[in-house]
Design a protein. Structure first.
Length: 150
């Protein structure tokens, strides 16, 4: 397995900042209040976790679509079909309340990881893809669990 390219790793880690910030503002009243005063309610938990999570889940559809385009004709059809599932999932199952939305997003991100694995195992992703996606997904699911279970 090749090492994760530095840019991909840094952008992936940067993408975790809103999730981690949501956890910080959930458990630190001082940071919650400061963020609320400076940036508004969109940037504190649970809103930032759920809103950003929905955006990223839909974004993953585009990533998967790009991988599907690398497949042969028959496999590409299945790949394209699978690639739209995360965006449809986010559209259909978010906005139902904070706990249920968090749970649906958790299921969505775990499902994307399964699709990632399928594409990776069929050689449609870079060799380092799962080395990046697994830890990112673990952190995202952990952050969303804060809304779902606390």
């Amino acid at each position: 397995m090749k090492a994760i390219p530095r840019t991909a790793l840094l952008l992936g880690l940067a993408g975790l900042i809103p999730f981690l910030w949501g956890v910080v503002t959930r458990f630190s009243p001082a940071m919650h209040d400061l963020t609320l005063a400076l940036a508004g309610p969109r940037f504190v938990a649970p809103y930032i976790l759920l809103y950003y999570g929905t955006i990223i889940l839909a974004f993953m559809s585009g990533v998967l679509w790009g991988f599907a385009a690398r497949a042969d004709t028959h496999a590409a059809s299945l790949g394209y079909a699978l690639s739209v599932v995360p965006a449809l999932w986010a559209f259909l199952f978010t906005g139902t309340g904070p706990v249920s939305t968090a749970l649906y997003l958790i299921v969505g991100f775990v499902g994307v990881l399964g699709i990632d694995w399928l594409f990776w195992s069929n050689g449609l992703t870079p060799s380092w893809w799962m080395a990046l996606r697994i830890p990112l997904t673990v952190v995202v699911v952990g952050c969303l669990a804060v809304v779902a279970f606390t």
